[in-house]
Write a new protein. Structure first.
Length: 209
């Protein structure tokens, strides 16, 4: 059964406060999202396996721990998820990046897949699906369905802000997926926005309306 992790680290909470602030401009918003993604990636990779190898230091030979070659895949949900990728890549430059593009059908209000591009060895990778927001959960559920269809078996979901409704929906649809959240908010409003939330993450990242 997947677990839900809500981060309480002081640096994450401090930066998240600025991300929420309506007065934070596009440049600062983008930088803060990048920084919080790095901090979350530090924790989300805690269980990556290590192996012992021998190296030569300037003084002597030494047995040290290094990552055991387990492959990582980062899958942003377009478009806002792109804002979280660089923060993770800085820590794990060997990770491959896939993309899932979804739009909401205006009649059914359900997410529809319009673009998917994944690493060819997806089944061998631990996949981290990233999106700043987990509101109703529809996009995250559909994105994870999409990568499961293409062979992914080890999946985590990472977001900045989540509503309880979205967490419950994602847990029900994908009980095998661990969920990592920087801030768990109060509720969704009548328009499907997270309250208090941070507004539209894509618009704030890219300066659009």
């Amino acid at each position: 059964m997947g677990k839900v992790y809500v981060f309480d680290h002081p640096l994450i909470q401090h930066k998240l406060a600025y991300i929420r602030d309506v007065n934070t401009g596009t440049k600062e918003f983008r930088e803060l999202v990048d920084e919080v993604a790095s901090l979350m990636a530090f924790e989300i990779t805690r269980d990556m396996p290590l192996e012992e190898v021998e190296i030569q230091t300037p003084v002597s030979k030494a047995k040290v721990k290094m990552l055991s070659g387990k492959k990582l895949g980062i899958v942003p949900i377009l478009r806002a998820g792109i804002g979280m990728v660089d923060g993770i890549i800085k820590l794990i430059p060997a990770a491959k990046v896939g993309h899932v593009g979804l739009y909401r059908d205006p009649q059914t209000l359900k997410p529809v897949e319009y673009y998917v591009k994944m690493p060819s060895d997806l089944e061998e990778r631990e996949c981290i699906v990233v999106d700043p927001m987990l509101a109703t959960g529809g996009s995250a559920i559909e994105a994870i369905h999409s990568i499961k269809k293409r062979g992914a078996v080890n999946i985590k979901f990472m977001c900045l802000i989540a509503a309880p409704e979205g967490v419950d929906a994602l847990k029900e649809a994908h009980p095998d997926v661990d969920i990592y959240i920087a801030g768990l908010d109060e509720k969704l409003n009548d328009h499907g926005y997270i309250v208090p939330g941070l507004g539209d993450a894509g618009d704030r990242l890219f300066g659009t309306k």
